[in-house]
Design a protein around this ligand. Structure first.
Ligand code: HEC
Length: 156
């Protein structure tokens, strides 16, 4: 199933084609290096984080848990072969995905034969999705954010 998800996410990226990198930069904020730790710092807009949290609390917390902690046994498939909602914090693999892939996953959900992540397109505005992604990124540790940034944003 993980394989299927990876293939599916790959297709999602291919379909999304040209991503507007300036929009992505706006989502991630300008990079700043912490002079003590040497890690990339997040300079997200605090208001946007708050708006993202409101979106999360209203729509996502029931499945993904308080503070994005997910289901304890998220690595173990349910009886129907589908996986429980994973954590969105540093402990699972949300940070293995670019902003574009996260956005696509949230807007399109996972195909019902593969997983039970609902599609939010038409229910949430793009702005709300962007806000909730910033909130998710605010959950990650400094080290994870730094790794994520270097893997995705730093390359463009
Ligand atoms: C009905 C339960 C449910 C709700 C509500 C839900 N999700 Fe999910 N979500 C899932 C499941 C299950 C998966 C794993 C998908 C799979 O196995 O294919 C998932 C996957 C994800 C992923 C990919 C994580 C990764 O590590 O690749 C993201 C990001 C995500 N959800 C964000 C959200 C956001 C943001 C909301 C609210 C707007 C939300 N989800 C609401 C069940 C849910």
């Amino acid at each position: 199933m993980i394989k299927q998800l990876i293939v599916w996410l790959g297709v999602a990226v291919a379909v999304s084609g040209c991503t507007d990198s300036s929009a992505l930069r706006a989502l991630t904020g300008k990079p700043q290096i912490n002079s003590k730790t040497g890690l990339i710092e997040r300079n997200f807009d605090k208001e946007q984080i708050k708006r993202g949290e409101v979106v999360y609390t209203a729509n996502c917390v029931g499945c993904h848990g308080v503070a994005g902690a997910g289901t304890p046994d998220w690595r173990k498939p349910n009886a129907d072969g589908k996986y429980p909602p994973p954590p969105l914090d540093s402990t699972a693999h949300a940070w293995h995905h670019s902003t574009a892939v996260l956005k696509k996953t949230i807007l399109k959900g996972t195909p019902p034969e593969i997983g039970s992540m609902p599609a939010w397109e038409g229910k949430l505005t793009e702005q709300q999705v962007d806000d909730v992604i910033v909130w998710i990124k605010s959950l990650w540790s400094d080290e994870i954010y730094d790794t994520w940034y270097k893997n995705f944003e730093g390359k463009s």
